[in-house]
Every structure is written in structure tokens, then in C-alpha cells.
Design a binder for this molecule. Structure first.
Ligand SMILES: C[S@@+](CC[C@H](N)C(=O)[O-])C[C@H]1O[C@@H](n2cnc3c(N)ncnc32)[C@H](O)[C@@H]1O
Length: 305
């Protein structure tokens, strides 16, 4: 690439499968600080390498947006594991009117194409993947964010078990703000920081949680920069997937992070899938951890720092 600023990368394509220029602009909503595809002008880039999302609507939206910001004749390389959407990339691109060269390597499908003069079905793909209010949810959301069109049963169990909280707190991995809305029903809550690594979730939460006590932060909680400390309480439904693969260490990192953000005596309310091994890390990071609810395959703990 002669001008690295005209190259984009979406996510973290495996380096052995795709070449990404050193100065490529990161475009993934899961990388705090990255540029949003939506913020780029038409024809802003000459090349994009895209680790394609597994979800169908999210993947088509992302491919369509990537094509739309390429200059005429600009090159798109999109890849994913075959069983995580990779097998569908070629058909997705062909439906947009692209000519595609597909190769297979290391269980991935790698599709290379150039931007067609006219992107067929662009508007429909973008509308399907954009911010919207799914019927029955009553909240802003969009494909790609966690449990985007229904309340997660674990979060619902935690919401039903929460007492009226008070003081200053945080919602770690806030998603679209479902738990935050429950927490803010308590008038004794003075401030609540909603934190998530997914820009799309934070944007939806900003729309859903119209409350002066709430603030939103787009951040990776494993990196702990700029997060509030000395808190009275934390609520969370910790993630246990990273990039589509199960990652129990991520939930355990959330638990350690929660302990660091709380004052002595502060309380962490969390819900987890019953089979996840969080008891040991709770015992290590907190003074006590008491089971408060157990239903539908989920367990709720109240842990005291
Ligand atoms: C199980 S979901 C819970 C979402 C929301 N609290 C709810 O109850 O619906 C976990 C959330 O953690 C976020 N997340 C995952 N990894 C993260 C990280 N490293 N830092 C911050 N948030 C993260 C995900 O984007 C997701 O929204």
C-alpha cells in the first residue's frame, strides 16, 4: 500500500491468511477508539481486509458498508472460519454484484473482490443491520450486540434478584443497558457508569438509558484505563466468549476488575451460567460470595469486597 491511511482493517484477520498494512485504520466496533465504517465518506479507502462476523445480518451489513466506503475498483478481502460464516461470504458478496475469488486455507474461506460500480441491495442490507427497536424488546439495539433482540435469561434472573442499590456503581459489560435501567429504578443510586467494549452496544445504551445519573464508556475492561474506582456496587453478566470462542478467562478477568473498582465493603452482583467455574476467583478476589438465586441454568452471586 502506498498510502496506508487509505487502507482499513476490520477486526483481527489471522496474519498468516491476509496481509494488512502497518498503518491500516482499524474499523471494528469491538476495538475501542477504532473509526466507525459509518463515519467514513464514500470512496474513502482503497483496500479493506475484513474478519467477517459470524452472524448473517451483521456480516451482510458489514460487507455492504465496507464495499460502500471503497473507491471504485477498491479491493476487499473478507475471511472467516468456514463454520463461522466463512462458507457464506462468497454468496453474500455475489448478491451485492461482486465478482469473487475464493480460496480455502486453515479452515477459513478467504474471498477477494473489488467494489462493483453499483452495490445491489446495499440499502436493504444496511437497514437490516442498523440501529433499530426489535418488536417486543422496547429498547434500541442492533444485530451483532449481545442478545440483540431479546432479553438474556441470565440478565433477567439477575434483574429479578437485585435489591434497591444505593450510591455510585457500574454496569460492567452493559450491553444495550437492560441491567442499568433496572438499577436506576432505585432513587438512592447517585451515579452509574455503563461500560462495554462494543461501540454499538454503548451507542444503543446511550439512547435507552435517558438518566442524568448514567454515563457511558467504550472500553475494554481487561485494560482498566479510565474506569471509576471506590464504587459502592457493581452489576454484571460477564461475557464468556471472545471472538466467537469460549473464553472463561474473560469472565474471571471481569470478576478481578470488579473487585478493583469497588471500595472495601462494596458489593458485586453477578449472574453466570451455572456451569462456569467462577467460585474460585470470587473467593480469591472478594471477602465473601453468597448465592442469591439459581434458576434456568443460571446462578446469581452477591460478592462483598
Ligand atoms: C453477557 S453480555 C451482558 C450484556 C448486558 N449487561 C445484558 O445484561 O444484557 C456481556 C457484555 O460484555 C461485553 N464485553 C465483552 N468483552 C468485554 C471487554 N473485554 N470489556 C468490556 N466489555 C466487554 C460484551 O460486548 C457484552 O455486551
Amino acid at each position: 500500500m502506498e498510502d496506508a491511511a487509505r487502507e482499513g482493517v476490520y477486526g483481527a484477520p489471522p496474519l498468516e491468511l491476509a496481509t494488512v498494512g502497518r498503518g491500516a485504520i482499524q474499523l471494528s466496533p469491538l476495538v475501542p477508539g477504532a473509526r466507525a465504517l459509518e463515519s467514513l465518506d464514500e470512496a474513502a479507502l482503497d483496500r479493506i481486509t475484513l474478519a467477517a462476523p459470524a452472524g448473517t445480518v451483521e456480516r451482510r451489513y458489514t460487507l455492504a458498508m465496507a464495499l460502500a466506503v471503497l473507491a471504485p475498483g477498491g479491493r476487499l478481502v473478507a475471511l472467516a472460519p468456514k463454520d463461522k460464516g466463512g462458507a457464506r461470504i462468497r454468496a453474500d458478496l455475489e448478491a451485492f454484484g461482486c465478482q469473487v475469488q475464493e480460496t480455502a486455507k486453515r479452515h477459513h474461506r478467504i474471498c477477494a473482490t473489488t467494489r462493483p460500480a453499483r452495490i445491489e441491495g446495499l440499502g436493504a442490507a444496511v437497514a437490516a443491520g442498523a440501529l433499530q427497536r426489535p418488536p417486543g424488546l422496547g429498547l434500541w439495539s442492533r444485530p451483532g450486540v449481545f442478545s440483540w433482540d431479546r432479553v438474556d435469561p441470565g440478565s433477567a434472573l439477575l434483574a429479578s434478584a437485585l435489591p434497591a442499590l444505593k450510591g455510585e456503581g457500574a454496569d460492567l459489560g452493559c450491553g444495550i443497558g437492560y441491567l442499568a435501567l433496572k438499577v436506576l429504578q432505585s432513587p438512592a443510586v447517585r451515579a452509574l457508569a455503563l461500560i462495554d467494549v462494543d461501540r454499538r452496544a454503548v451507542q444503543a445504551a446511550l439512547l435507552n438509558v435517558e438518566d442524568d445519573r448514567a454515563s457511558c464508556l467504550w472500553a475494554d475492561l481487561r485494560k482498566a484505563q479510565g474506569v471509576p474506582t471506590g464504587l459502592d456496587f457493581i452489576v454484571m453478566n460477564p461475557p464468556f466468549h471472545d471472538g466467537g470462542a469460549e473464553d472463561r478467562a474473560l469472565g474471571q478477568a471481569f470478576i478481578r476488575q470488579a473487585a478493583q473498582m469497588l471500595r472495601k465493603g462494596g458489593r458485586c452482583w453477578l449472574v453466570a451460567n451455572r456451569r462456569l467455574p467462577y467460585e474460585a476467583v470470587l473467593a480469591e478476589a472478594f471477602t465473601s460470595a453468597t448465592p442469591r438465586a439459581d434458576a434456568g441454568g443460571y446462578k446469581v452471586f452477591e460478592a462483598v469486597r
